[in-house]
Design a protein around this ligand. Structure first.
Ligand code: SF4
Length: 431
């Protein structure tokens, strides 16, 4: 059963009298267990929907809808499948206590992997789930592989019952399902021979594995399960050497780099990031693979259409990992606009100094960084720090933080998004 959260105005559903709270139990005789069933079973234009209205009335809606017209039903969010693992490097284990509850939810859900690109280990999958993936063609999936040798994976996921990932991927690949894979590298556990074996196993799956991202383990000052060693510059460089070797082979044999190091690895190793063409369609940009190169490209292309902002002083708040890369970007923005940019590197007060990512800065950090900065005209902060509800990770509201500061503050993804509107009067924009 799924439940209706919202009904669009003037939609088929509204016309039928479906209201929020209505329970939908079957479509064309097939039971609904979640949003996936709903999405796929309502793809037909002739539908018989079993429903129970909030007042208890049971009704079967017979619908013949004009081709392609949406029903106008939004479902309540699904119950997320919880993770059965206990990875020592789990970011959630590294969260401080007292944050909002949903930040502690460890999801491991192939449905969200398909729908939103969330990575899933597939370790809580049942036979029925595999059958659904095949029937609904849930492809590509985003899979946290971490290691293909079974023993190594059991240790990494801290789960003795974890299934054999190579067998799982092989079964799904036989039905045409494809994957974007990631491996979080924990020094001593899945580098070296385990990494080589993992690449070889994934490579042997052919076109089914579309990309593999190598990401260094990330620890906060609160990580307490992790017992291994952290990622050093030398280790990062060693990993990139392996990535380069496999990537060269993939380019020769498949005309695609196939395996990618995350931006963080390049920054840690002090190496230049690859150019835009290396990343193709940036399939793993949400995983920090190619994000810096993409930003550089957007600034390079977008700077040409920025208005002149001569005499303005613009603050730019960022995390410490991006700090060395910023002067080059800000110089381009200065030359295009005539404004002066003031870089404000900010450490993370919630997760500690080892967490250097700009997108994890919290409201308190933004307040601290911009408090008393009335020497600036405006300030830009990383837009990734704020969720759809306007909250930072420490539950501070963006609006409250902005109102407490002496200058207008704007969340920005790439500078261009805010600065291109600046000539129109930033103060009138909703941030
Ligand atoms: S799979 Fe591991 S890292 Fe992911 S949520 Fe579960 S315990 Fe955490």
């Amino acid at each position: 059963m799924v439940r209706v959260a919202r009904v669009a105005a003037n939609s088929i559903a509204e016309e039928l009298g479906i209201v929020p709270g209505t329970e939908l139990s079957a479509v064309n005789g097939r039971a609904l267990s979640d949003f996936l069933d709903w999405e796929f079973l309502t793809a037909d234009d002739e539908l018989a929907i079993d429903a129970r209205l909030p007042d208890g009335e049971e009704i079967i809606y017979e619908i013949e809808r004009p081709e392609g017209e949406p029903l106008g039903i939004e479902l309540e969010p699904p119950t997320v499948r919880r993770c059965a693992n206990r990875c020592e490097f789990c970011f959630i284990e590294g969260l401080p206590k007292g944050l909002r509850k949903n930040l502690y939810i460890r999801d491991d859900d192939y449905r969200l992997s398909f729908a939103y690109g969330n990575f899933a280990t597939l370790s809580n999958m049942k036979e029925r789930d595999e059958a659904r993936i095949v029937e609904y063609r849930l492809s590509p999936l985003y899979v946290s592989v971490h290691a293909t040798p079974w023993d190594a994976r059991r240790v990494l996921l801290n789960n003795p019952r974890v299934p054999n990932i190579v067998e799982q991927l092989t079964r799904l690949a036989e039905h045409g399902i494809q994957f974007h894979c990631q491996m979080v590298i924990v020094p001593g556990l899945n580098d070296g021979a385990v990494l080589e074996q993992s690449f070889a196993d994934l490579w042997a799956l052919g076109d089914a594995v579309m990309s593999v991202a190598i990401v260094p383990v990330g620890l906060t000052q609160f990580s307490h399960l992790y017992t291994g060693e952290s990622m050093s510059a030398d280790r990062a460089a060693g990993l990139l050497d392996v990535v380069d070797r496999w990537s060269r082979r993939a380019l020769v044999e498949r005309d695609d780099p196939w395996v990618f190091g995350s931006d963080e690895l390049y920054l840690l190793a002090g190496r230049d990031l690859p150019p835009p063409e290396h990343y193709g369609d940036y399939a793993q940009i949400e995983n920090g693979v190619g994000a810096v190169t993409s930003l550089r490209e957007r600034v390079r292309v977008g700077a040409a259409r920025l208005p002149r902002l001569d005499g303005r002083r613009i603050g730019v708040v960022t995390g410490t990992s991006m700090t060395p890369l910023m002067p080059e970007l800000l110089a381009q923005l200065e030359s295009a606009t005539g404004a002066s940019f003031v870089l404000i590197p900010t450490t993370n007060s919630l997760f500690g100094p080892t967490t250097t990512t700009a997108g994890l800065l919290v409201g308190a950090d933004i307040r601290r960084a911009l408090d008393g900065r009335d020497d600036l005209d405006i300030a830009l902060i990383p837009a990734e720090t704020i969720n759809d509800a306007g909250l930072f990770l420490d539950d501070e509201q963006f609006i409250a933080v902005r109102e407490s500061l002496p200058i207008p503050v704007y969340p920005s993804y790439d500078f261009i998004d805010v600065l291109s509107l600046e000539g129109e009067g930033a103060g009138e924009r909703a941030a």
